[in-house]
Design a protein around this ligand. Sequence first.
Ligand code: GLN
Length: 446
Amino acid sequence: QHYLERIARLDPTLNAFITVAADAALDAAHRADATLKRGDAGPLTGIPIAHKDIFCTQGLRTSCGSRMLDNFIAPYDATIVERLAAAGAVVLGKTNMDEFAMGSSNETSWYGPVKNPWDTTRVPGGSSGGSAAAVAARLCAAATASDTGGSIRQPAALCGITGIKPTYGRCSRWGMIAFASSLDQAGVMARSAADAAFILDEMAGFDERDATSAALPVPDYVDALDDDLHGLRIGLPKEYFGAGLDARIGDVVMAAIKEYEALGAELVEISLPNSALSVPVYYVVAPAECSSNLARFDGVRYGHRCANPVDLEDLYKRSRAEGFGPEVQRRIMIGTYVLSAGYYDAYYLKAQQIRQLIAADFTRAFEQVDVIMGPTSPTLAFPLGSKLDDPVAMYLNDIYTIATNLAGLPGMSIPVEPVAGLPVGLQIIGNYFQEARLLNVAHRYQ
Ligand code: GLN
C-alpha cells in the first residue's frame, strides 16, 4: 500500500513505470501476510519489487519500451521473475526503459522519458532508467534490470543508488528479451549492496533453459558482506581518469577510493590499454547481434502489425517501420551493414578480435589486483534532450562501463558524494564470478 501510494503520487511526474499491477500486488501482499503468519516465509516474502519491462511476466504486459510490443502479454515468466516470486517477492509493476534497452538516457522509450528524481529536468540514465528512478524515489524496495553495455551501472550512478551487473552467465537470460545475446546480463538495482545481495542470492544460478548459463554453485552473497578488506588490492586504470571525465566526478571518486585505504586496502595504478576501443567495438558487436535478434519481430507471430497489408513484404516493412523507433532502426541498419558480405571481415570479425584484446587487458590486470575501481559515468545526469541529436555523444557516456560487458566481467556502481546536488557513482569491477567480493567491498563503504 505504501509503495502503491507513492507510485500514484510521484510517478505521473517521474514516468518510471510502464505498467502498475496494483490489484495483483495487493493480492500477493495479502498472501505474503498469510505466509508470514503461518511461519513459513521465504527469503523475500512480502518485499515489494519492480521488474524492468524487458523481463517476461505471465499475464502482465511486457513491452520492452517499444510500440512493437505494446500489446504483448507473455505466456510465461522469465526465470528470474519465477525465482523471485518463489522467494516471496511481490511485484508492483514493470519499469520504463529505453526501447529494447538501446540508449543511455531512457529517452528512446515509446512511453516517453523517465525523469531523474534528483532533478526532473535531467535524464535518469539508461537503459534501466525506470528501475533506477523507481528505487531512488522509493517507489519500490528494489528492482530488476539488465546490462548489455552499462544499463544497470550508469543509471544507478546517475540516480544515486546501488546496481550490480553480475558475470555473464551468472543469472539466466531465459525470458529476458534479447538485445545482444553475448553481452546481455540480468542484475539488481537497490538502495544498498546489502539489499542487492539478498535479491541476487535468489536470482543467480544455473538454468538449463539458457544455453550460456554458468553451471557453478552460487555462494551466499549476504554471508560475505562484512568480510575484512585488509590486503585488498585495488587497481586504478589510468585510462578511466583521463580526458573526457568531469573533473568534479574524478575528485569525489578518488576521495571515495582513498577511504578504502583506511579499511586496509592498497591502491595500485594499472593500465587497460585497449579501453578507448571499447565503444567502437561495442557499436559493431551489439548492433550486429541486435539486427539478428530483432528479426523475429515481423508482424506475423507477435507484436505490432500494420493495418491492411497488401502482401507479405508490405506487412514486414510497415510493421517494422511503425513498430520500431529511430534508435532501434539505426542499430538494425548498422548491424545489418557490418554483417553483410564484403563488410563482415572489415567490421564484425575485426571487432571480435579487438574484443579478445579488451578481455585480455582485464585478465592481465587481475593478476595484479583483486578489484578495479573508477568512475561509472564520465558526466553527471545531463539535461533531457541535450544529447538526442548526437548519437555518438550519447554512446560515449558508456565509455567506462562497456568494456566490462565485452569481457563478460561483473561490475557494480555505488553512490559516493554528490556533485552540485547530483549523484555520482563509483564503479567496482571484479574478476569472473567475484560478485560476493564486489558486494562485500561495496557494503564496507556503505
Ligand atoms: N547505452 C548502451 C546502448 O545503448 C547500453 C545499453 C544496455 O546496457 N542495455 O547500447
